[in-house]
Design a protein around this ligand. Sequence first.
Ligand code: AMP
Ligand code: MG
Length: 355
Amino acid sequence: MKIKNIMIVFMAISLLLTGCNGTAKAQADTQAEDTDAEANEVKEASREIFAMDTYMTLTAYGDNAEQAVEEAASEIERLDALLSTGDENSEILAINENGGGELSADTAVLIERSIEIYEKTQGAFNIAVYPIMEAWGFTTQEYKVPSEQTLQELLKLTDASKINYDDEAHTVSFEQEGMKIDLGGIAKGYTSNRVMDIFREWDIDSGMVNLGGNVQVLGEKTDGTQWRVAIQSPDDSGDYLGVLSTQDKAVITSGGYERYFEEDGVIYHHIIDPVTGYPAENGLTSVTIVSADGTMADGLSTSLFVMGKEQAIAFWRENSDEFDTILLADDGSLYVTEGIADRFTSDIDFQIIEK
Ligand code: AMP
Ligand code: MG
């Protein structure tokens, strides 16, 4: 899986950066203009890091590119340590062990947004699924299929309305003993949003971050054209679903293929249907969300995957001013909402979803 992810990331990056320099027009420019261009050449800084269980690439263009990328990389490492349930010093681990606690600014925002998305998606997005994630072995990679009885017992601990968040005191408490939360469905989108904030603070007006195939871009490319973001494909071909031209947006994809195990010929993946406790099997193979709000895009990619096609489309129709989406159904059919349809290209014929 890791190797596949690396390939996708590198493919996405090469696509993103293709065409940054030199169009036919530029080649025809005079010597004098070339010299001018060199004097004004935009500084570029790039960095690759491994964090949040994935390979990440950061790129910024501008006078402060180096400092911006440096600070963004430190921020990613800080957030990884803060939010990962696997890190023994993480705030989330402490909250889960103590049934609540005081929250740092980032965790407070993430819990607040998670509750908001839980309500908006009528429970499809549910950070209280962590006990179920544990039962399936996704937290330790010691995978197993839990019994129906175990799941029924654990489902009693996954009522996210029992997460009491105090937005003034910045504390959280769980109403029921044994409840635990998992920000894995939203943390990467929050992180890419933070990277964009840091880039802006350093006056960067062109940049991108790729968190294992989840991309967020700032502004346009330095040649004034839009970024071209490759959408991950769920199969092992190393191919991609299509390419989206965009600016100032997060492009975040969820799919069962990203993390799964197989037992007795059945595939069990990591996106849990909070109603059943089983991996969500509602007819979708992959969901991409395109939005200026990376945190929401991440939360919704997980949510729409859980909802399934019909409900996901209905949800988009109600919230089409906030995001667009690309849905790949289990039968291979591809759906793209009208807000991005003219900027999406694919070898697969796709159906445009209209309001
Ligand atoms: P993503 O890759 O963004 O779809 O996030 C998947 C991750 O979110 C899983 O690995 C879990 O950590 C967590 N998760 C699984 N099911 C849900 C759910 N229904 N709501 C919220 N988070 C979930
Ligand atoms: Mg998500």
